[in-house]
Design a protein around this ligand. Structure first.
Ligand code: 3HC
Length: 697
């Protein structure tokens, strides 16, 4: 028996205890031990019943996702083989569930004959979140236990239920208040004493609300609307329908067939990549996981604008009080009013209690005095994006903030090393690049300056998690990871206009690719003014900085996006629908004449390649320069901060899926084309393509 599984017999009850950190994944390490335990318990006449338990933290987090699409996942005994033995087991089996039973973990428990759980346990089949369906009998057993309606809800949302709810649904027999193992053994002994034997879930029938045909037709129509192109929810529905209408073994065969389609599909591969990518970001090679972190009990926010307000909300939502500083009473009042309005909206939607809103508002202390930051453990600034302003502020903060306080800037483009140099404590300075709206967006780029101390970085990463963000480390460069790539994307979008495309065509092609919106709708929403200002600075700093001046022509015409009623499109009062605008068409036509370009037909395929590969080529440079620690961090940035379609797994994963030789061939072709200077192939892309490798290994 493997060390991960302990077998013992207590008073006629055999106990199989699984202990395979971190989550008792049912991989090749655990499965042989479980099978051995089952065989021993079956063969021992002194054993009258069996308890299967995990640790108190985790019954099991399900199949080991790392082993999918590898030979280990099919290595005998498979989970299916174990479950077949459980089904035929001659003595009652009790699952003793602590922590969570998720995915294959709950499927293992459902193949037990009875289930008891500790009070705080979570029970769920979250496979859909990985683009999969429960593939070890879950789609057949769960509906037999909780009915088709509830089973569909649990499996298509992937959301877990509590032990209490599980009891209400009949998913567990008993919530054990005291020691879980003792409770489970007592439960098993009682079964034996009462002469209750095995009770197989597979022998139950599925309860369907109303006429099955109508029920499944209605559920299918609903899911077709909500699944947004993801295949798993509809495949789950197909399995539940099979559970309700076919004998168990046929339903089970249907489940396996559909699982196989999903596990081989690119959507699930992308979602699994994302699952691990998000969990990788906090692993920093030269900053050990046990690096001590600084205490962060009090925060101060400088700047009560949109960004400062959103960041303040993130902190108080996480229970950290904030002193909110601005230079004028008017700005402070306006900032606080916006925060209050945001919370009120959440309260009116029933997602926050009024008393909790009041508590959060009470955690914000407005101040006009910069000295008010002196007690803060962390000070974050979101003032105007101009180097001299930031440097002056950091000089002042250096004099005011207490020793050991972290001084963070929310800059999105400026050099953090230069900002840090304005202080005598550059080790305490770090970039915390939040994305707007900061209280909603999950991405947090944590920008590590040349002198940022390791414990400051570790603290910032822990803070990101506490704020319920996904923190990703970036080195210092213009735009960091996300915006540096986005700039290349924008530059191609503008060049495509020069050459003959329209904003509508480009936006439509990118939406079809899966982005939440195309570049021109996005720019109009975000406003074109900041970019206009940043470009002026870039041109002054780097005279060779190349881009299509069409974007400047639009700004020079006072078209700064939705806020001015026109940008790349025009907008009607109180309506955010982008509408084509003949005034813009004229600006574009004039510009094409000015630069002497005769417009040509451009395919949607070329649009997608130009925009996405421009980002990928830049990302390869970002990776090679060490600005990003790993390709999956870049993917995480794009999935959590830029609306990249989840089923594509991020730009690097997407490039790997296309194949780097193909990506390189396109980059080389564009290098020969219009404004080809933009397309110098990144050496890392060339190298990996030649070696037949991918960015993500
Ligand atoms: N397989 C492999 N590794 C897993 C895993 C799994 N099913 N679940 C979690 N892990 C790993 C994580 O990658 C992480 O590894 P790391 O420490 O090296 O980064 C570690 O376990 C801890 O994970 P979290 O940081 O997420 O820990 P939390 O305590 O916050 O959450 C959890 C625990 C709720 C179990 C969460 O990890 C989770 O939701 N896991 C996925 C559960 C899931 O989707 N199960 C279904 C799997 S598919 C399946 O079972 C198919 C079956 O139907 C045949």
């Amino acid at each position: 028996m493997s060390e991960a599984v302990k077998y013992s017999v207590r008073d006629g009850v055999a106990v199989i205890e699984m202990n395979n950190p971190p989550v008792n994944g049912l991989g090749s390490v655990l499965r042989p031990g479980i099978m051995d335990g089952l065989n021993k318990a079956a063969a021992d006449p002194a054993v009258k019943a069996l308890v299967i338990m995990g640790t108190l933290k985790a019954f099991s987090g399900g199949a080991d996702i790392r082993e999918f699409n590898t030979p280990k996942s099919t290595m005998s005994p498979t989970l299916h083989e174990i479950i077949v033995v459980q089904d035929g087991f001659p003595k009652p089996i009790v699952a003793a569930i602590g922590g969570f039973a998720l995915g294959g973990g709950l499927e293992l428990a459902l193949a037990c004959h009875y289930r008891v759980a500790a009070p705080k346990t979570q029970l769920g089949l979250p496979e859909v979140k990985l683009g999969l369906l429960p593939g070890a009998g879950g789609t057949q057993r769960l509906p037999r236990v909780v009915g088709a309606t509830e089973a569909l809800k649990m499996m298509t949302t992937g959301n877990a239920v509590s032990a209490e709810k599980g009891k209400e649904l009949g998913l567990i027999e008993e919530v054990v208040q005291g020691d879980l193992l003792e409770g489970a053994i007592a439960f098993a002994k009682k079964l034996v004493a009462e002469g209750k034997g095995p009770r197989r879930v597979r022998d139950l029938t599925v309860k369907v609300d109303g006429d099955p045909q109508a029920f499944f037709a209605a559920a299918r129509a609903d899911l077709e609307k909500s699944a947004r192109g993801f295949p798993a929810p509809l495949q789950i529905l197909g399995c539940v329908e099979a559970a309700a209408t076919l004998p168990f073994d046929e339903g089970r065969a249907e489940e396996r067939r559909r699982f196989q389609i999903l596990v081989e599909g690119s959507e699930s591969k992308a979602l699994r990549h994302m699952f691990f990518a998000e969990r990788q970001t906090t692993k920093i090679p030269d900053v050990p996981e046990d690096t001590p972190v600084r205490k962060l009990d009090k925060a101060a926010m400088i700047g009560a604008g949109t960004m400062g307000g959103g960041i303040t909300m993130s902190f108080v939502n996480a229970g950290i009080p904030v002193t909110l500083v601005d230079t004028s009473q008017e700005s402070l009042d306006k900032g606080l009013a916006t925060i209050r309005k945001n919370y009120s909206n959440t309260v009116s939607k029933g997602r926050l209690k009024q008393e909790d809103m009041d508590k959060r508002m009470a955690m914000i202390t407005p101040s006009l005095d910069l000295n008010a930051v002196k007690d803060a453990d962390i000070v974050i600034e979101a003032v105007f994006e101009k180097m001299d302003i930031k440097q002056e502020l950091f000089g002042k903060l250096d004099a005011i903030a207490k020793p050991g306080a972290i001084l963070a800037t929310n800059t999105s483009t400026l050099d953090i090393n230069v900002i840090a140099a304005a202080t005598k404590r550059p080790g305490d300075v770090i970039g915390l690049h939040f994305f707007s709206p900061a209280n909603v967006m999950r991405l947090l780029e944590v920008v590590r300056g040349a002198k940022t101390a390791k414990d400051v970085l570790a603290t910032a990463m822990a803070l990101g998690k506490k704020l319920k963000k996904v923190p990703v480390v970036s080195g210092v460069c213009d735009g960091f990871i996300g915006n540096r790539m986005m700039e290349k994307y924008g530059i191609q979008a503008w060049y495509l206009l020069d050459e003959g495309a329209t904003p509508q065509q480009i936006d439509a092609a990118m939406k079809k690719f899966g982005l939440a919106m195309g570049p021109f709708t996005m720019y109009d929403m975000a406003g074109l003014d900041v970019g206009f200002y940043v470009r002026k600075r870039r041109v002054a700093e780097r005279p060779d900085y190349a881009y299509s001046r069409i974007v400047d022509r639009v700004c020079e015409a006072g078209r700064f996006g939705q806020k001015t009623g026109k940008g790349w499109y025009r907008y009607e009062a109180g309506d955010r629908t982008p509408r084509p605008d003949p005034e813009f068409d004229k600006i574009l036509a004039d510009y094409r004449k000015e630069i002497g370009v005769t417009p040509r037909q451009i395919s949607d395929e070329e649009i997608v390649e130009r925009l996405i590969y421009a980002m990928v080529n830049e990302a390869a440079k970002i990776l090679e320069e060490g600005i990003a620690l790993r390709a999956s961090d870049i993917d995480t940035v794009y999935m959590t901060g830029y609306g990249f379609p989840h089923y594509r797994g991020g730009p690097m994963f997407y490039a790997d899926t296309v194949g780097l030789p193909k990506v390189l061939a396109a980059v080389e072709k564009f290098h020969q084309g219009y404004q080809g200077g933009q397309w110098k192939p990144a050496p890392l892309l060339v190298k990996l393509a030649k070696e037949g490798k991918g960015f993500n290994g």
